[in-house]
Ligand binder design. Structure first.
Ligand code: BGC
Length: 746
């Protein structure tokens, strides 16, 4: 092509680009300057929201206060056609330049990618993220989800599970962040910071005390107010404060008599007044049960449809039953959240998800979150150059690793790994195995070894294979999902028997657990190694192989206690609902039963503040593996403890890597309150994850928020630091705290 023609065409295309890119700019600038004065980014989110509310019609306002329906849960609005395919959708208001809200579930990755023909990375489950005790990893976790939501066209996440593991048989334990309010609160805060930095509206859920799935639409939770404030509610309080989270999802259950989504104490008195929450409250899907009552209690937005916050709300306003100011406040909060997060100024641009980048983050977080629970005789790491034969055993360990189900489910590329490629759809309450193959990953690590597989379906055959190998690695699983609870914490499918038989055949047996929470291990004394890999995500197998062969040194610690037996839990069983409290899903329009309110049944959390380790400590119950516990391939020593009392107490101490490998130690700080507090023996008050080379020492400093040392005084409705003697302790697990010092505060 002659040069001239070439440059003429280049010039033309440059001109074209200039004109095209200028068109939206000019129209935006014009509307921003003249009509849409709220598009001025120099104004605060509150100022901008107020300006919009002032010019909205009642219909426009109401349109922001509900979704457009979900099959099976509500009637559908014709407007749902504009939804991006996520769980929730709020139509745009083009006249005002307000974009739609496109919401997607995104607990450990973006949901429903399969049916929408898209791709999403599966991170390790949320509880795994908490096991990293690494706030930077939490930020990366949220940022990855935020980027993938945007790439898929969403501007709001429905992740952010924050409920405490009060009942470890809860089928959603994997979606939450363990049993300690400070760990869970700080971790969800970091995840939300990372997510909202991508200009996606963050949401934390399920507010509050939604700690079992059985009868979730009817159950009434009874709990002492002080205990609630110091446990489950504290996790939310810290999460909201640390993460400046834009939305809160109220839960399905009742709390002290009222449904959470029409509970004035939870939504207004506590959340909006005491905690000064400026964002908006949306109901869990089908969690709205009234119009005027819910609106007055502080519910801002109904999902998924408009059973109560559509026409009925409009009529209630027109009849003077719901004040316009109340409606304005709901709308203001939603608009403020959109402005504050940048969801309006920087709308999502659909693009190809960064698959390779996603794999890297997922693998790194899995490596940081897999907990080494047992390693007798330094069984691990395996030396790939010396090992000659390995038996890889366990259900589907040849093809994949299990994932958590329900609305958190992320769809695997190619479909369920145990189905013919491409045929495996994700269906409610069906197990999904991710195509991350432990067998392949182990073969890749030990190319010189003879690596054989047995599914474990016949324990005797698996044991026979194990007998011939230098080492047996069993991948055992326990599946969890929304919509169910576990009967017990035992491994299903006869896996306890499988492990016992393999361990009897080979003294070098390592068990890798894929679970959503604690499992019981009657065979724990018989095996030489145990790793807790949780639901390990898209690259779980590579991460686990890197840990087994020592390319990565384990550094995670348990965010939940592993009890010896379910009989040690505060409650013998999960309370089951009577028939009148269960929706009849065979009936058409079952949502009507749920909406009107199913008969309540009672669950009483009389263990109160004694959640997790606080319970076992107070009740003197020995545990299998304690909260905060986790081994490494190196060892650490603690020394030089100093406690600085005062208004903002802090502690310092030295951690030394006394072994031969670099590692990262989660150094934990606990405190015992004065005896007059009647609190459990100790509580976590801070921690620091410290990277140390072999032989290296570092001074660690941990600030302790006075609130974490306080009790909640119900009469004064305030946190109170009791005067008296406080004992601070530091170490590598809640049951191994070599440093101890007492100080008197106040
Ligand atoms: C779950 C929520 C979820 C919502 C939307 C509900 O069943 O409890 O966690 O965000 O559905 O899918």
């Amino acid at each position: 092509m002659p040069l001239q023609a070439h440059s003429f065409r280049t010039w033309l295309s440059v001109l074209g680009i200039l004109i095209l890119s200028a068109v939206p700019y000019f129209s935006f600038a014009q509307s921003a300057d003249k009509a849409h004065i709220w598009m001025n980014t120099r104004l605060s989110p509150d100022e901008r929201a107020s300006m919009v509310v002032k010019v909205m019609t009642l219909d426009e306002k109401i349109s922001m206060l509900h979704g457009t329906g979900m099959p099976g849960l509500s009637p559908m609005s014709p407007l749902a056609i504009h939804s991006n395919g996520g769980a929730g959708f709020v139509p745009a208001i083009p006249r005002l330049g307000i974009p739609a809200i496109q919401m997607s579930d995104a607990a450990y990755g973006v949901r429903s990618s399969g049916e929408n023909g898209r791709y999403a990375t599966a991170l390790p489950s949320d509880i795994a993220g908490a096991a990293s005790w690494d706030l930077d990893a939490g930020y990366e976790y949220g940022a990855l989800i935020g980027r993938e939501l945007r790439a898929q066209g969403y501007n709001m996440s429905l992740g952010g599970g924050t409920n405490l593991t009060r009942e470890p048989r809860n089928g959603r334990t994997f979606e939450y962040l363990g049993e300690d309010p400070i760990l869970a609160g700080k971790m969800v805060g970091s995840v939300m910071k990372g997510l909202q930095a991508q200009h996606v509206i963050g949401d934390i859920k399920h507010y509050a005390l939604n700690d079992q799935e059985a009868g979730r639409n009817a159950v009434n939770v009874n709990i002492d107010k002080r205990a609630a404030r110091e446990s489950d509610l504290l996790a939310f309080e810290i999460g909201l404060q640390e993460g400046d989270v834009a939305a809160v999802m109220c839960s399905y259950n009742r709390v002290d008599g009222d449904y959470a989504c029409e509970n004035k104490y939870l939504l207004t008195d506590l959340l909006k007044k005491d905690w000064n929450f400026k964002g908006f409250v949306l109901s869990d899907w089908g969690g709205t049960h009234s119009t005027a009552k819910a609106s007055a209690a502080g519910l801002d937005h109904e999902q998924p449809g408009e059973l109560f916050f559509g026409d009925d709300l409009k009529k209630a306003v027109e009849a003077g039953k719901v004040p316009v100011a109340e409606i304005d406040d709901h709308v203001h909060r939603i608009l403020r959240a959109m402005f504050a997060t940048g969801a309006i100024d920087d709308p999502p641009q659909k693009s190809v998800v960064d698959v390779v980048g996603g794999f890297e983050v997922a693998q790194k977080i899995a490596e940081q979150s897999t907990v080494l629970l047992k390693n007798d005789h330094a069984q691990l790491p395996l030396d790939a150059s010396r090992i000659q034969s390995i038996a890889v055993i366990g259900p589907h360990a040849d093809v994949g690793m299990i994932s958590g189900g329900g609305s958190a489910q992320v769809d695997p590329p190619g479909g369920n790994a145990i189905m013919p490629p491409g045929k495996g759809q994700t269906r409610w309450l069906e197990k999904i195995w991710f195509p991350t193959s432990p067998l392949k990953a182990i073969r890749a690590k030990a190319p010189g070894a003879n690596v054989q597989f047995d599914s474990g379906a016949d324990p005797a055959a698996a044991a026979a294979l194990a007998k011939t190998a230098d080492v047996a690695i069993i991948f055992a699983y326990q599946w969890e999902s929304e919509g169910m609870d576990l009967d017990s914490l035992a491994l299903p499918e006869n896996q306890d028997d499988l492990i016992a038989k393999v361990a009897a055949a080979n003294p070098h047996t390592v068990v890798v657990i894929e679970s959503g929470g604690p499992v019981t291990m009657p065979w724990a004394d018989q095996v030489s190694g145990i790793l807790e890999a949780w639901y390990a995500g898209s690259r779980g197998a590579d991460a686990v192989a890197n840990l087994i062969f020592g390319d990565v040194n384990p550094s995670a610690k348990l965010p939940v206690t592993f009890p010896k037996s379910v009989s040690d839990l505060p409650h013998p069983t999960v309370v089951q609902p009577p028939p009148a409290s269960v929706p009849n899903y065979m009936q058409r329009e079952v949502w009507k039963q749920i909406a009107t309110g199913l008969a309540p049944f009672q669950v009483t959390y009389d263990e109160g503040v004694k959640v997790g380790y606080k319970w076992y400590d107070a009740e003197h119950k020995p545990v299998l593996f304690p909260f905060g516990y986790g081994l490494s391939y190196t060892t650490y020593a603690y020394s030089n403890f100093k406690v600085m009392p005062g208004k903002n107490p802090h502690v310092t101490f030295t951690v030394t890597n006394t072994g031969k490998r670099a590692g990262a130690e989660v150094a934990e700080v606990y405190a015992s309150l004065p005896a007059a507090s009647s609190e459990p023996p100790k509580r976590l008050v801070g921690w620091s994850k410290v990277k140390l080379n072999a032989g290296e020492s570092k001074e660690v400093s941990v600030d302790v928020d006075p609130k974490y040392l306080s009790i909640f005084n119900v009469q004064q409705n305030a946190w109170q630091l009791l005067p008296g003697d406080y004992t601070f302790m530091a170490g590598g697990s809640s049951q191994e705290l070599p440093l101890k010092a007492s100080v008197s505060l106040k």
